[in-house]
Design a binder for this molecule. Sequence first.
Ligand code: ADP
Ligand code: MG
Length: 172
Amino acid sequence: MTRAWLGIGSNLGDRRAHLAAVLRELEARGIPVVGRSSLYETEPLHYLDQGWFLNAVVEVRAEDGPEALLRAAQEVEAARGRQREVHMGPRTADVDILIFGDRVLETPSLTLPHPRLAERLFALVPLLEIAPYATDPRTGLPWSLARDGLAGQPGQGLRVVAGPEEWGEGGA
Ligand code: ADP
Ligand code: MG
């Protein structure tokens, strides 16, 4: 059993409903969700002609390896009707593996820790809310250092819209 943290996001349609459904779809695939951050509304990075995202980070328990978790994450995205059209563009549901235990991996389909975690406040802030002492297994340095370096940068705006207990239950 490995503790892993997933970053989830949506900026199309009923964003809250998509994120709540992601939790149910993970559980339905035998991946228990054991922790969740607040829900954040965040400014789109890179591809700017799209709506603001809702983002959160959840902690899961993985019985199998990281490739199996990535497959499950992609099934969950597909179940939400995600179509991969624009890279970093609008999506009903994005499910990224941010951290998988202390695994370091670089294959064509999977990089761990997530290759863009250190550049994304929308992932770092909710991650550190539920895993404040998480460290980068490659350097041993706390992820909070990366967050502190990005805080206040233009284009990285975010605000809490619901506490951890206020979203994700009963499709809310
Ligand atoms: P992003 O989430 O960065 O906006 P996408 O969701 O479009 O981008 O993901 C593009 C590809 O990233 C996926 O096809 C997947 O194979 C790859 N990938 C590499 N590492 C990871 C990871 N840690 N978690 C999720 N996807 C990853
Ligand atoms: Mg993704």
